[in-house]
Write a protein that binds this ligand. Structure first.
Ligand code: 3DD
Length: 415
């Protein structure tokens, strides 16, 4: 098994990043302390396909403390922090990940699967899909899995619907203490972080077009507005479009927004949301980025085919020269927050990854009792994460009185 990383000598740099993340993940640290004592994952083999970041390192060390042996691969060719990968490899994790492993992305997944996992942990569904297509022989060892992101949960729900899913999966993404915070506040801040690290441009006064008003889009719209941008939302869903309008954002179709936008960010989970029709209408110098999981939200191949020149003018900024303008694509159209920055801040990943750790423990506790379907994180676990986070933040809340509990259970008391 061993490992394959960019440069093992980067482990010290990675350890510093790991320790910084630990400072801001008190809930996961509290779970790690319990895992160290209880060893709930003793003898469990985990294959994880996650973004290899300083926060993921805290999760992996928590699972290892619980007794698991782990193989880890990156869930995007540009999101691996090579220092973290080296640090975890030195910690006995079988890491197959390095920034820029485009051509070896699925080879890395295959290496991780050689651990013959009992549990899979995925972010986007590429590992689960590989297991169900190329390595069906390994499924007999699997007792369950977890999925971190909306896109992955969508894929696995389709697999369940078509009777293809061969083991139970926990949709960590759908935990309230995940999507309400990670998707909204995490994506909101980290997408801006990625755009600013890549371009260093002023956002105030710019027309900032966001495709998609889901939890990620809502967070990004609010953070961009906070930086003084004029935010324009495009949507296909009537309800979300209405919500965006009532939240005070301008809403219009992409074919109109493409003519006035200065910065474009796709965060829909769908394909070719910005394509040649739109790019042809864009202003000279328009900047395009994606913050959705996959890089198919922008039709990058159209840019490649219709440009006369392509040049990386800054790290994560490629200038495409078209017949009548220059267009700037950030991070190859891959998720800008992880490719050009460090992803979501540790404080939100603290909750997402506490759900992951508790979900993995729950799978082990319920091994053999679950169906081949996509489960929500049990409400009890979700709320446990919230309680511990409030405690860590020094926030106390009220308790229902007996009278209030009875009132809520009753129906007779009225006007
Ligand atoms: N994601 C965002 N920031 C991350 C970080 N700092 N570490 C690991 C993963 C990170 C993406 C996922 O958490 C998930 O929220 C998603 O993709 O939805």
């Amino acid at each position: 098994m061993e490992y394959k990383v960019k440069d093992i000598s980067l482990a010290d740099e990675g350890e510093k990043l790991f320790k910084w993340a630990e400072q801001h993940m008190p809930v996961l640290i509290s779970i790690r302390k319990e895992f160290e004592k209880e060893k709930p994952l003793k003898g469990i083999k985990i294959a994880a396909c996650l973004h290899v970041t300083k926060e993921t390192a805290v999760l992996i060390k928590t699972l290892q403390a619980g007794g698991a042996s782990i193989a880890l691969t990156g869930s995007n060719p540009l999101s691996t922090n090579d220092g973290i990968a080296a640090y975890l490899a030195k910690q006995g994790i079988h890491v197959f990940a390095w920034r820029g492993n485009h051509d070896k992305y699925y080879w890395c997944i295959e290496q991780a699967l050689k651990i013959k996992p009992n549990i899979t942990m995925d972010d986007g569904g590429d590992l689960v899909t590989t297991l169900h297509t190329k390595h069906k022989e390994l499924i007999k060892n699997v007792i369950g899995g977890t999925e971190e992101t909306t896109t992955g949960v969508n894929r696995q729900r389709v697999m369940e619907k078509n009777g293809i899913l061969k083991y139970p999966l926990i949709a960590v993404n759908d935990a309230m203490t995940k999507f309400l915070f990670d998707n909204r506040y995490g994506t909101g801040q980290s997408s801006i972080d990625g755009i600013l690290r890549a371009t260093s441009i002023l956002l105030a006064g710019k027309n900032f077009v966001i495709a998609g008003y889901g939890w990620c889009g809502r967070g990004l719209a609010n953070r961009a507005r906070g930086m003084g941008a004029h935010v324009i939302i495009t949507e296909v869903d009537e309800i979300r479009a209405l919500e965006a309008a009532m939240d005070g954002f301008e809403v219009m179709p992409m074919k109109k927004a493409s003519m006035i936008g200065d910065i474009f960010v796709t965060v829909t989970g769908n394909k070719h949301v910005i394509d040649g029709r739109h790019i042809k209408k864009m202003k000279d110098g328009a900047i395009i980025a994606n913050s959705g999981h996959f890089d198919n939200e922008i039709d990058v191949s159209w840019l490649e085919k219709n440009s006369t020149k392509k040049e990386e003018i800054r790290k994560n900024v490629v200038e495409y020269t078209l017949s009548d303008k220059k267009i700037y694509l950030l991070a190859e159209g891959r998720l800008i927050n992880l490719a050009a920055a460090e992803g979501h801040p540790s404080e939100v990943m603290d909750m997402s990854f506490s759900n992951q750790a508790l979900a993995v423990k729950w799978i082990v506790e319920n091994a053999g009792k679950l169906k081949n379907k996509v489960y929500k994180v049990p409400d009890k676990l979700d709320r446990e994460v919230a309680k511990r986070k409030l405690k860590a933040m020094g926030i106390e809340i009220d308790k229902l009185t007996k009278e209030q509990i009875n009132y809520m259970r009753g129906w007779k008391e009225g006007t």
